[in-house]
Design a protein around this ligand. Structure first.
Ligand code: HAM
Length: 421
């Protein structure tokens, strides 16, 4: 048997309907906030993600890279942001001199160790607001992230927020970090030893050294901001207070990608059985990414949520986004004699938006009835011998068990009325 690739999954029946319902819900919210959908390719030239300044584990160790048949270096996207910005620059969307607001959803690929809520092919939905570094845009984006999760019905939704400051703050802070971690160099993991000079901020995000004393006692970015960066951060927090967004400051939050500056944040919720794994998504500002991908000196901010994780959270919290799967009507015949009549009727029903089904498996009446009940049909349309002869149909309500026999000419109209009730 050929199986699916490790870290991937199939979506079947009701699961797919849950996905569609989630997609529909978030689309609605994003549209209200004036974001428009963008669909970028799943594969990009590797350099879109593999930039000199991006030394995060996700990009250096987890991407799916390959050469195509003409030896082009390509990468399956591990996240949405870089591709959206590549497209923003390539399509010169900055010429409108306003904020470009995108939302997106779709698959991403990371070579991670698969476990519950972590896959090698996983889907995100997210937004990017590009073209301004206004702190008011940070307030909008953090509020939107909060609101999206809140509207799905999860409880205890809150924001964890931090700032990494502007370029100057980051430079100052970086020097302080190098100084701090150099004192602990020998006992840090091999990767972190290399990171001290290359990218000390990444040490704060190390999974191996997460309990190391050097990380516990490390200075935090918010204490080493320039006055302007500090003022900006205070304004963002004030805006969140005004908007009644529950947040806590998380001085050590740096997130798993290197393109961030200023505001970074994550969204958590109280989820039964999730414990500390309750981070559903996150994001932040990126001041240099547009420029690094060949565009002008413009800033952006965005976030993304893992859709699998969100759906698991909704399931754990017993929140259903879909109605029960139901058929409006199921057509039953005696001994399969009159299937052509059923086919015609089925077509009529469906052209009138009535969700209907019939038997294709040569089942007897009892077998058909079983199927109708299994598929949750609200009405049975019975074509017995007498009915066919007199051009009538018997309609039976499966809940009340009441039935009536009516001329087949008016069955669609009548059934529509019944379904309205
Ligand atoms: P990220 O934190 O790497 O950020 O991913 C966002 C979310 O994607 C995570 O919180 C998680 O829910 C989900 N996720 C990540 N990896 C996996 C996986 N292997 N399996 C299942 N779910 C996963 C970003 O991707 C940034 N692009 C967010 C952003 C947008 N920043 C600015 N704009």
């Amino acid at each position: 048997m050929i199986t699916k690739v490790k870290g991937t999954y199939d979506l079947l029946f009701d699961e797919t309907r849950r996905w569609q319902a989630l997609e529909q819900k978030v689309r609605k919210i994003f549209e209200v906030y004036n974001y428009s959908e963008i669909r970028t390719p799943i594969m990009e030239y590797s350099k879109v993600f593999h930039r000199e300044t991006e030394q995060s584990e996700m990009v250096t160790k987890e991407t799916y890279n390959f050469l195509d048949r003409s030896d082009r270096e390509l990468t399956l996207r591990p996240e949405g942001t870089a591709g959206v910005i590549r497209s923003y620059v390539e399509n010169k969307l900055y010429v409108n001199q306003d904020v470009s607001k995108f939302y997106y959803m779709g698959p991403n690929f990371r070579y991670e160790r698969p476990q519950k809520g972590r896959y090698r092919q996983f889907s995100q939905f997210g937004i990017e607001a590009v073209g301004s570094d206004s702190p008011y845009l940070d307030i909008e984006v953090v509020s939107l992230a909060y609101e999206t999760i809140k509207r799905l019905g999860l409880k205890g939704v809150r924001v964890r927020i931090n700032t990494l400051g502007d370029a100057e703050s980051r430079k100052n802070y970086q020097e302080i970090l190098v100084d701090h971690f150099s004192k602990h160099k020998e006992t840090l993991c091999e990767d972190c030893q290399k990171r001290i000079d290359k990218n000390p901020l990444r040490i704060l995000d190390c999974k191996i050294d997460k309990d190391h004393i050097a990380l516990q006692t490390a200075p935090v970015p918010a204490e080493h901001l320039t006055p302007a960066a500090h003022e900006r951060y205070m304004l963002v927090l004030k805006g969140l207070n005004e908007a009644n967004i529950p947040y806590e400051t998380a001085p050590k939050l740096v997130r798993g990608l290197d393109y961030y500056s200023h505001t970074v944040f994550e969204i958590e919720a109280d989820i039964e059985g999730f414990g500390a794994q309750n981070v559903l998504g996150g994001g932040g500002c990126y001041q240099k990414l547009v420029q690094e991908l060949g565009g002008p000196d413009l800033s952006g901010i965005g976030f993304a949520f893992g859709m699998e994780r969100l759906l698991l959270a909704l399931e754990a919290e017993d929140i259903s986004l879909i109605d029960e799967d139901k058929l409006d009507a199921y057509i039953l015949t005696f001994d399969n004699k009159d299937s052509l009549v059923s086919t015609t009727l089925l077509n009529q029903l469906r052209s009138n938006d009535i969700k209907a089904e019939m038997n294709y498996m040569n089942r007897n009446f009892k077998g058909q009835l079983k199927q109708a009940i299994k598929q949750n049909a609200s009405y049975l349309l019975i074509l017995g011998e007498e009915e066919i002869k007199n051009q009538m149909i018997t309609i039976k309500n499966t809940k009340t068990e009441t039935q009536e026999t009516i001329p087949n000419k008016i069955v669609v109209k009548h059934l529509k009325e019944l379904l309205k009730k």
